[in-house]
Unconditional design. Structure first.
Length: 333
């Protein structure tokens, strides 16, 4: 350092000396270990406007991009199980009927209206079901037998179903197995008949250990967070054929949630135990290849991001954090 900076300490005030030293270090690029990395998201510190409405553990979040709404599922004694906010962060209302322990939540929009699908992993009279509600909380449809854990031999008998994804056509994809006896991916028609079913408990191709989240891309592929196996598996949405898997990005912690960005260029993955959002390059049509980590968002310790959702209009990412007991919004830069 003395060779890089020529000075006489007796002629300089101490603060001037520090400034010159700092300037020389910058020129030498000693402070640029992250050079070339581009931030992709920033936290919206103003969302929601009234965070005191989070009174339980926030397990899941779903965005209604068409109507500008955000639904949050939370657990706890004597707390509302579903909270509804505007995308601007204003609390609107809540509902609670026939929801025991929400795990996953999804908004389905059609030309005639919208509905909210919830997977319930409770063990009481409402649990082990996948349910459809109106935006105000009226129960419309129940899949499974409420209160009864199912068997993998019966398609519509669930055991702690983790998440549901519904296409515009009304076809549903359910990952069934948040720790129960089932470890499977099920596709149902719009009238709730089995189209295909794949998966058993294990680590082989097409097997699962806690399939925890499911999403569908724009190229006809179904992506599943195979949490216990620390990998993502990919399937053909028409046939259910296995297309490949990613495990190289998950040596530290398995994937908990999978959602695509609005342009389908990236896959956002929540990793609960290391408090991180991993942003992976999403392959277009063709081979799945190997996973490539493009960027990551490191959250605070003990935040525990569980499930996420993406506003397909603005690109904002909403993160349900069971450790922090809140939902946070990240906006693209």
């Amino acid at each position: 350092l003395s060779a890089a900076v020529s000075f006489d300490p007796t002629l300089l005030e101490f603060d001037c000396y520090i400034f010159i030293l700092y300037s020389q270090l910058l020129k030498a690029e000693y402070f640029f270990p992250w050079k070339g990395e581009q931030q992709m998201y920033k936290l919206d510190i103003g969302w929601p406007k009234t965070p005191e409405h989070f009174t339980g553990q926030t397990f899941c979040v779903a965005v209604d991009s068409l109507h500008g709404l955000v639904y949050v599922g939370q657990r706890g004694e004597n707390v509302p199980k579903v909270l509804v906010f505007s995308k601007e962060g204003y609390f609107l209302h809540s509902w609670n009927d026939t929801v025991e322990m929400p795990h996953g939540i999804f908004v389905w929009n059609t030309a005639t209206g919208s509905s909210v699908w919830i997977t319930d992993v409770g063990t009481g009279e409402y649990g082990h079901t996948v349910k459809q509600y109106s935006p105000l909380g009226k129960l419309l449809q129940v899949l499974g037998t409420p209160g009864n854990a199912g068997s993998s031999l019966i398609p519509l008998q669930f055991d702690q179903p983790a998440e549901v994804f519904v296409e515009e056509t009304g076809e549903l994809y359910v990952v069934d197995g948040d720790g129960g006896m089932n470890n499977r991916l099920l596709k149902l028609s719009d009238d709730y008949k089995e189209i295909w079913l794949t998966g058993t408990n294990g680590s082989g191709i097409g097997q699962f250990k806690i399939p925890h989240s499911v999403t569908v891309d724009a190229f006809g592929r179904v992506w599943v967070a195979d949490r216990g196996n620390k990998r993502i598996q990919v399937f053909d949405k028409v046939t259910g054929e296995w297309l490949g898997s990613w495990s190289g990005c998950f040596s530290e912690d398995g994937p908990y949630s999978v959602r695509f960005t609005a342009d389908y260029k990236y896959l956002i993955v929540a990793q609960l135990n290391i408090n991180r959002l991993a942003i992976l390059a999403a392959p277009s049509v063709g081979s799945i290849g190997e996973c490539v980590l493009v960027h990551s968002v490191q959250l605070a310790d003990e935040t525990k991001p569980h499930l996420v959702d993406v506003d397909m209009e603005s690109g904002a990412v909403y993160v349900a954090e069971i450790g922090a007991q809140q939902v946070q919004k990240y906006v693209p830069l």
